[in-house]
Design a protein around this ligand. Structure first.
Ligand code: ADP
Ligand code: MG
Length: 380
C-alpha cells in the first residue's frame, strides 16, 4: 500500500554519514540495597538511518536498559547518547517528552494502549500531545495509519475487544502517529504466537523498506537473523558483531571475552597488513572494509585469491598449519580497513573452551590450505 502520508526527508535532515543513533561509552549504574549495579558497561553502538537492528541477549543482560537510554526513559550514568542529532543524555524532563514524541515511536511487549478510549483515539493521542498535525487532519491520519496496519474496521472499538496481535498493530500505528524517523520496540512479539509474531515482523519490514530506522529487542533468534544487523549483549556489554559472525558457535560470554581481548587495528586503502613469509602469531577478523589475500605465483604475477569482507577472518590457516604467512594480506584500494586482532595464545584459550568453534576454524584452515596450495600450483 502507498503511504504518501510519510513525509520525505529534506536534505538537511539526512545527516550524511552520521549514524542516526550513536551511543558513546555509555555506563549505567542502578542504585540497589547492596550497592551500585553496573547494568551497562562502556556501550558503544552506532546505527545508521534505514537500518533494521535486533538486540538479543539473556534475560537481565541489559537490553531494556539499553533501549531506555535511547528513548530517554532513563539516563546514562556516564557517556553520551545521540539520536537524530539530539544529545538525549542532556535533555531536561520538560523537553524530553515532546522531543521523544516527535522523534521516536515506541512499541512495548504488552502494547500499553489506553483501555478506556477507542483504538483511533489511542492513535490520535501522540498527535494531540505534540501538535504535529492540524487538529482537523489528525483523525484522517489516524485512520490512514489504521489502514496501513489493516485494522481500519476496528477503529471505534476499545483496545480490549481486539486480539493481542491486533493490539500490537494498533500500538505500531500509534508509534507512527507523528511520523518519527526511529521506531524502538522492546520484545514486540514476545507475547504473540508465532504466526501473529510473523505478521508484526512483516509490518516492521515494510516500514524499514519505507525508510524507517527500527531497533527491536527479541528473544526469537530466527527473527533476529532476518534483520540487517544483530547486536548481542552479555552482562551489560555489547559483543562485537563481527566477532560473533566469525565465531558463531561461541557462547555469549565467550564472545564477550573474545571482544575484550581483540585489538582494533586500522589501515589506509591499499596498505599492506601482513607480508608473505613473515612469522604468524595473530588471528584476524575483518570488521570494516575489504581485505585482499594476495598469493605470489612462480613466474607469474601475484593474484588476488580472496576478498574478505566484515565477519571473515584470516590467520587461522597459519594457526593450524604453519608458523609463517603463506599469503600477503592488504587493505583493498576501495577504502580504509579495520580488523580485530587476537593473538594465537588468546585464540588457543578461546578454542579450548569451545570444541565446536575449534572444529569450525580447523575446517576453514584446511579448506584455505588446500586452496592456497592449488593457487600455487602445488598439488595437495
Ligand atoms: P533485559 O531487558 O535484558 O532483561 P534489563 O535491562 O531489564 O535486562 O536489566 C538489566 C539488569 O539491571 C538486571 O539485572 C536487572 O535486574 C537490573 N535492573 C533493571 N532495572 C533496575 C532498576 N531500576 N534498579 C535496579 N536494578 C535494575
Ligand atoms: Mg527487557
Amino acid at each position: 500500500m502507498a503511504i504518501s502520508f510519510f513525509k520525505q526527508k529534506t536534505e538537511s535532515e539526512q545527516v550524511e554519514n552520521h549514524p542516526i543513533i550513536d551511543l558513546h561509552e555509555v555506563n549505567k549504574y542502578y542504585k540497589t540495597a547492596v550497592g551500585d549495579y553496573h547494568a551497562l558497561e562502556g556501550v558503544d553502538l552506532q546505527i545508521n538511518a534505514g537500518e533494521f537492528v535486533s538486540i538479543i541477549g539473556k534475560s537481565g543482560s541489559g537490553k531494556t536498559t539499553l533501549l531506555n537510554m535511547i528513548t530517554g526513559i532513563d539516563r546514562p550514568t556516564t557517556g553520551e547518547v545521540w539520536v537524530n542529532g539530539t544529545g538525549v543524555h542532556g535533555l531536561n524532563e520538560n523537553r524530553m517528552a515532546r522531543w521523544r514524541g516527535k522523534n521516536l515511536g515506541i512499541v512495548f511487549q504488552f502494547f500499553q494502549l489506553l483501555p478506556m478510549i477507542s483504538v483511533i483515539e489511542n492513535i490520535m493521542l501522540p498527535m494531540d500531545f505534540c501538535r504535529t498535525y492540524p487538529l482537523n487532519e489528525r483523525r484522517k491520519r489516524a485512520m490512514d495509519l489504521l489502514e496501513l496496519v489493516e485494522l481500519a474496521d476496528h477503529a471505534h472499538k476499545l483496545p480490549t475487544a481486539l486480539s493481542g496481535g491486533q493490539q500490537q498493530r494498533v500500538a505500531i500505528a500509534r508509534a507512527l502517529a507523528n511520523d518519527p524517523p526511529v521506531i524502538i520496540a522492546d520484545e514486540p512479539t514476545g507475547n504473540l504466537d508465532s504466526k501473529t509474531a510473523e505478521s508484526v515482523f512483516a509490518l516492521f519490514n515494510d516500514l524499514v523498506a519505507k525508510g524507517k530506522t527500527i531497533i527491536i529487542v527479541t528473544h526469537d533468534s530466527g527473527l533476529a537473523k532476518r534483520t540487517h544487523r544483530t547486536a548481542l549483549i552479555a552482562d551489560g556489554e555489547i559483543v562485537n558483531e563481527y566477532v560473533a559472525k566469525a565465531m558463531p558457535t561461541l557462547t555469549a560470554s565467550q564472545l564477550l571475552q573474545a571482544t575484550k581481548t581483540a585489538k582494533i587495528l586500522t589501515y589506509e586503502a591499499g596498505a599492506m597488513i601482513l607480508a608473505e613469509g613473515t612469522n604468524a602469531d595473530t588471528f584476524y577478523i575483518v570488521s570494516k572494509g575489504t581485505v585482499e589475500v594476495i598469493l605470489p605465483r612462480p613466474n607469474q604475477s601475484d593474484v588476488i585469491a580472496l576478498q574478505l569482507r566484515p565477519g571473515k577472518c584470516f590467520g587461522e590457516m597459519e594457526f593450524f598449519h604453519e608458523t609463517k604467512h603463506r599469503a600477503s594480506i592488504r587493505a583493498s584500494e576501495a577504502g580504509p580497513v579495520e580488523v580485530l586482532a587476537i593473538g594465537y595464545e588468546q585464540l588457543s584459550e578461546l578454542l579450548d573452551q569451545s570444541e565446536a568453534t575449534h572444529e569450525a576454524l580447523r575446517q576453514m584452515a584446511n579448506k584455505h590450505n588446500g586452496e592456497n596450495l592449488s593457487w600455487r600450483g602445488v598439488s595437495s
